[in-house]
Design a protein. Structure first.
Length: 175
């Protein structure tokens, strides 16, 4: 089956009542807005009862801004970018979160409360930020499954040197 490029197959199957659960990002709620069957939003489960709260990793796509190396007004550009980021944090993010996500896309008060739990446990890790620079190692299982391959050992043997080299380069640059 061919899938639309902007919709993940899981969203289509979930909307067709073929999936019980669908791990997704917040913006998937936009695609589910016209879903006929009722659904709720829940956080990922805790690892065990000792875990203090529900955690969800922030997706590995993020916005970046760059300043050309020949920029002569770096302080002014930096101040402008900081002001815009600050204004977005104070106005755009709350409007999106409260009005769109919790108001339009969550179907009930319980889902709105669940969104708060997910947001409260959101975290960004080194792997989230640098996965692409490392050759996308955490896509390994997805790639193997799409090829119907069980050969993780071969994948690892082939990719380990590339990943280690890229990791060492990142560490050197950060130091």
């Amino acid at each position: 089956m061919d899938w639309p490029s902007d919709v993940f197959p899981g969203q289509i199957l979930f909307k067709n009542n073929q999936f019980l659960l669908m791990p997704e990002r917040f913006y998937a709620a936009v695609e589910l807005r016209d879903m006929q069957a009722d659904y709720g939003i829940i956080p990922y489960p805790k690892y065990d009862e000792a875990q203090d709260k529900y955690y969800s990793r922030i997706w590995d796509a993020m916005s970046l801004m760059c300043v050309p190396v020949n920029c002569e007004k770096t302080e002014a550009v930096g101040a402008f970018m900081e002001a815009m980021a600050s204004e977005s944090y104070r106005t755009v993010t709350p409007a999106y979160y409260e009005i769109a996500l919790k108001g339009k896309y969550a179907r009930d008060d319980v889902s709105s409360q669940m969104l708060d739990m997910v947001r409260d446990g959101a975290y960004l890790s080194f792997a989230s930020i640098y996965n692409g620079s490392l050759g996308n190692p955490w896509d390994c299982m997805r790639d193997l499954m799409s090829k119907k391959s069980k050969n993780f050992a071969s994948w690892y043997e082939k990719n380990e040197p590339v990943i280690k080299k890229a990791l060492n380069k990142i560490i050197d640059n950060l130091e």
